[in-house]
Design a protein around this ligand. Sequence first.
Ligand SMILES: C[S@@+](CC[C@H](N)C(=O)[O-])C[C@H]1O[C@@H](n2cnc3c(N)ncnc32)[C@H](O)[C@@H]1O
Length: 270
Amino acid sequence: MLHAISLLTHTTRIKKFRQAIERVVTRNSFCIDVGTGSGILAILAAKKGARKVTAIDINAESLEYAKKSAERNNVADRIDFVNSHFDDFIPAEKADVVMCEMLSSMLLIEQQIPASKAIIKNMLKDDGYLLPSNVSIFITPVESFFHWNRFIVEDIVFPRVPQTTSKEAVRDLSDLQKLAEFNLQNGQEEMVIKKTQEFEIDEEGVLHGIVGMFEANLVPEITLRMEDGWRELFLPFREAIEVKSGDILQVDISFTPGKFDSLKLFSRIV
Ligand SMILES: C[S@@+](CC[C@H](N)C(=O)[O-])C[C@H]1O[C@@H](n2cnc3c(N)ncnc32)[C@H](O)[C@@H]1O
């Protein structure tokens, strides 16, 4: 619950959601907020004048907090709060607008894709709006002695695993490339990643892994970016690789978004 409330400090993220909600919510709208947390997106929709809002969350404590927030802002009479997993929630009527913010750096850990599938199947009208409506993931190979060495502590060696990262902790050794793009409103599409991506190395260095990030479109021209409240994700290779400018790196990467354990990452210089 405290995590969901801490997200209230992401002011540009919330401002972009407010602008998108103002564009698509009308006085006739029925809206659903999936993973309401503090209640912020449900309250924004109600303040825009939505006829009714249903806010769901798996965390009962968050819902209690969201309910109090709605009362303080005089919109509690138009928001229903439901304690449910998104997979189990079937609304009595389908919604004109569904808001769902379960984004993470590469969609690897959080549940944006599985939640969007449940939304399209059970909650959203065919001509309704899903916010965000599509997401692109980008990767770049990096050097990061910081992340590589953090797994050796007092001469004890730990298995390397993905870590969120600041920009300062990594050095890009090639260009950023798009890894995948998902249209979240297309409930039929199988949303998995299985790609081999090729990079030309720009600078001499030691390759330790890749860094991944996303962009998510709420509505045309309103795009959530990492600087709106997320950290990039460092994924370590098995071995560090010394490289020079002009080397060609191939990266095989596959995962099912939302299933952290499904990640497979292999790299080689060709
Ligand atoms: C990243 S927070 C977003 C909170 C809020 N919507 C916002 O924009 O600040 C994601 C929320 O989704 C909820 N959540 C996570 N898994 C869920 C699930 N399976 N079903 C319903 N809610 C879930 C969490 O409890 C959390 O409150």
